[in-house]
Design a protein. Sequence first.
Lengths: 207, 400
Amino acid sequence: MMNLTVSQSIKIENKKVFLNRQLYFEMPQDTDFPTFTKALYKHAETKYPKFFKMDKLARLGFIAAEVLLNGQSLTEEYPSDKIGVILSNSSSTIDIDTEYYNTIKDKDNYFPSPALFVYTLPNIMIGEICIRHKFNGENNLFVEKEFNPDFQIKYINGLFDQQRVQACLGGWVDYSTKGYEAFLFLVEMADEAKIPFNIESILKLYK
Amino acid sequence: MSERVFVTGIGTISAIGNDIESTFHSLLDSKSGVGPIRHLKTKHSNDFVAGEVNHSNEELRMMAGLSEDFICTRTALLGIIAAREAVKNAGLSNLDMETTGLISATTIGGMDKSEIHYHDYIQGDNLEYAKTHPCGDNTEKIAEALGITGFSTTISTACSSSANAIMFGARMIKSGQLDRVVVGGTDALSKFTLNGFNSLMILDKEPCKPFDENRKGLNLGEGAAYLVLESANAIDLTGKTPLCEVTGYANANDAFHQTASSPTGEGPFLSMKRALEKAGLSPGDISYINAHGTGTDNNDMTEGLAIQRLFGEYVPKFSSTKAFTGHTLGAAGAIEAIISILAIMNGFVPPSLNIKTPVSDHYIRPQKEALLNQVIEHVLSNSFGFGGNDSSLLFSKLRK
């Protein structure tokens, strides 16, 4: 019998970062997003200058994965094509869509930006995570009203059942001008599941 | 649990036809839908060609049989027309729709309307259209028009979106969560994407030439396509004859660059290979590949190399149909799935148009003329998206 366990989780919300439910990093409530993520990037001792070219959604997903994996190289433990990333969010890429649209909306001030346009797809965030960590497995992004653990658990369980993945990142990464939230978890197989991969565990970690 | 997943209905609208029949005839007659931009209001309309659906929103609304009160975008209108045809083709009743799921893909959602009304929104006008902007709203509008009240969700993974919708629907049937599901995708042309792809400098101003040595980029297109997938159980109950079977699917990440494929086409290679494994088939079983073949330098080169790597000496017939439809983004995977199914149903290989000189770095050669009376058993359909999201689907003729 294969047991799936949630081996790591991270929640980023309200300028606080909880790694495996422990407070990992915190900044004052009035800190803006670029300052907060830059400080988190430094705190995690990340060296990946491309981070600063990413849009806010990709930056959020990227830094969440970075802190979650904390230097751990999953490709040393698993074949790269058996590591999947399944995420969802509600706001898709509305923030960068608006920013990009502002570059084409006026005839007099018209400068369509390729650097912005590239990020107007939510799965680019997944691409950035996959490029960084060399994950070649299945990846998908669902746009949903709210975080739906039942759906994610079924989807990821299915990937393990069909031996499509041996490790999988799941979760929710949402950014809009109203606010932002990231919740990522790493699912792996284990002889004994310390945190079994089920709704109760996920809700507890998400809370 | 259903071991097998069947396709029982198909529907599509694109630059090459308002329905399945006209689409098939355009393919057979090598009649491209790429031409001048007539309906999208853009200052670039004389600079670029595109695969535009040659109907105004009012005409589409009439075709969809919707009243003025039904507030929706061009993306949703295209989706409703194609999904209606698929449901009708599958012979489903209104009652059936209550137990049917919907998985719909899109990349731009309601951008077409937001562009028209953007300045109004800021003034507080036409706000009823602002609600149609989200990708999910377009899915909900399609569900509403079709009477689907059960499971529905939206996938947004760039140009592989609707291939992933088909893959996900097939899985839901296999795992017994649904007996019937409408899967596919829809995207309308927009200034947003036209300007964006132009800024990336990957648009060809002339009709695109996938797999030609001198290809210059892609043409954008618009359209929608949906398939009805049913379980063996559902087929047994109704006794209907399916059109074909979904036997394989796989998705992989290229993990190389946001918008470019890796030099070896690692993601495309993995997705094709694993779709074959899923179906329990070997490369020699494939009769035809409907390539992603966008016409960009990078895609066609790396996709060709991945095909050569997987198939070796014996490469099946392959073509890209993007020169017919333009690149319809979130709808492309489903439109090309339907072209693949038409190939199986009609023993047909659609051609790659506009090829003068094949790619010199490839030893493989695309099919340049339409072929009929072919034995088409298994067809592989590729869709690769930005973010390195690569998917391959495998459709098979029904086993006797």
